[in-house]
Write a protein that binds this ligand. Structure first.
Ligand SMILES: *Cc1c(COP(=O)(O)O)cnc(C)c1O
Length: 395
């Protein structure tokens, strides 16, 4: 050992305000719940916690699906869970791609050996349902998949229309709800969504580490009728569902304290109410956009296709992407995200997710951005805070 244990200090990252694409700020109540004693994964107390967590997740997903559980792993584990369980080698699956996360789904399908049909759309614009309808007629996929809230671009994809297309084609409809769940309305049963996955660290305001998923009866039927075993042992829902179901059969040790945290985060959501929570996300988003536009900056995504929890702002001419982000972090403890792929250096991604979607953060971001831009010699129009105020006052 070439170090002394005392060389390592206590963990103390200092205060941050997380306004990037995730993780988002975690309320103290959630952190506190996570510090409760770790107990056994078959302890009767923990089994009750599991049942309550499932009940709360069904409420958030708006579903009666029996298989509604948090998968052990981050959002990408949920993505992989849905794909490995519902796609067998050679199965045709159509994926709508208009950002990083649609691309990630394709990567997984290729590894499974599924027959991938891609419908590509412009990054920064919503998927065109007509293009999907046409492709479905030509392709006949068994599964149609789309990202609801494309966190890489700030775009909301039209899942209602796509659900109708999947239904007509007799395909299962799979939706990535990593960023949308907890920040905007999702109604699994009413919309006709067969499989959905999410993540805890975006609008649910819990640390990263779990991925809530839900499978409809039709998805469960597909799972039962598989000809081949699920290629992932860890994410095989035919086995994991026995632990979460009546049998309580050990598969892998549940991340006990993470599930405490998720339960608390979901309890906070239920206390606030879904309608109230979604309205809060919309209001803070509108205020932020009003402020940004008053400064003379513009948004990447057309108004009708924007997400309420992820704002993609075009980086103005003359502004230095990295320098501005560094100024926000060092000067204000404020974290925002940069662009990915082709949008790197072209946009900032500003999250207003869950607990972090509040008026204080909107004003802090607008003032901090204005300060950082001016310091970098970029001309900024006055009146950002007044424009944001006007939204809150309903003017
Ligand atoms: C964050 C995100 C993911 C991946 O989740 P991880 O928790 O990073 O694994 C997948 N899809 C979307 C839309 C996301 O925003």
């Amino acid at each position: 050992m070439d170090f002394n244990a005392s060389d390592f200090r206590d963990i103390n990252p200092g205060e941050r305000i997380l306004m990037g694409p995730g993780p988002s700020d975690v309320p103290q109540r959630v952190l506190q719940a996570m510090s409760a004693p770790c107990i056994g994964h078959l302890d009767p107390y923990f089994l009750t916690v599991m049942d309550e967590t499932q009940q709360l997740l069904r409420f958030l997903f708006q579903t009666d699906n029996a298989l509604t559980i948090p998968v052990s792993g981050t959002g990408s584990a949920g993505m992989e869970t849905c794909l490995v369980n519902l796609v067998e080698p050679g199965d045709e699956i159509m994926i709508c791609v208009n950002g990083v996360f649609g691309t990630r789904m394709c990567d997984i399908v290729n590894r499974i050996g599924g027959k991938l049909i891609r419908v590509d759309g412009e990054w920064g614009r919503a998927i065109d349902p007509e293009a999907v309808r046409k492709a479905v007629k030509e392709g006949g996929p068994k599964v149609l998949a789309v990202v609801h809230a494309e966190t890489s671009t700030g775009v909301c994809n039209p899942i209602e229309e796509l659900a109708g297309i999947a239904r007509e084609a007799g395909a299962l409809f799979l939706v990535d709800m990593v960023t949308s769940l907890g920040g905007m309305e999702v109604t699994l049963d009413k919309t006709g969504i067969d499989a959905a996955y999410s993540g805890t660290q975006k609008c649910i305001s819990c640390p990263p580490g779990l991925s809530p998923i839900s499978f409809s009866p039709a998805a469960m039927e597909k799972l039962r009728k598989r000809n081949t075993p699920v290629v992932s042992w860890y994410l095989d829902m035919t086995m994991v569902s026995s632990y979460w179901g009546a049998e309580r059969k050990y598969h892998h040790t549940a991340p006990i304290n993470m599930i405490y945290g998720l339960r608390e985060a979901l309890r906070i959501i239920a206390e606030e109410g879904l309608e109230e929570r979604f309205a809060r996300h919309r209001l803070n988003h509108h205020a932020l956009v009003a402020g940004v536009e008053a400064m003379g900056l513009s948004m990447l995504v057309p108004e009708a296709e924007r997400l309420p929890m992820l704002n993609a702002i075009r980086i103005p001419d003359g502004a230095d992407d990295l320098q501005v982000r560094k100024a926000l972090l060092n000067g204000f403890g404020l974290e925002i995200g940069g662009g990915l792929g082709d949008l790197a250096g072209k946009i900032w991604r500003v999250g207003l997710m869950g607990h972090a979607s509040n008026r204080k953060n909107v004003f802090l971001f607008l003032s901090a951005l204005e300060t950082a831009l001016k310091a970098g010699g970029v001309k900024v129009e006055p009146g950002a805070l007044e424009a944001a105020s006007a939204v809150y006052e309903g003017l």
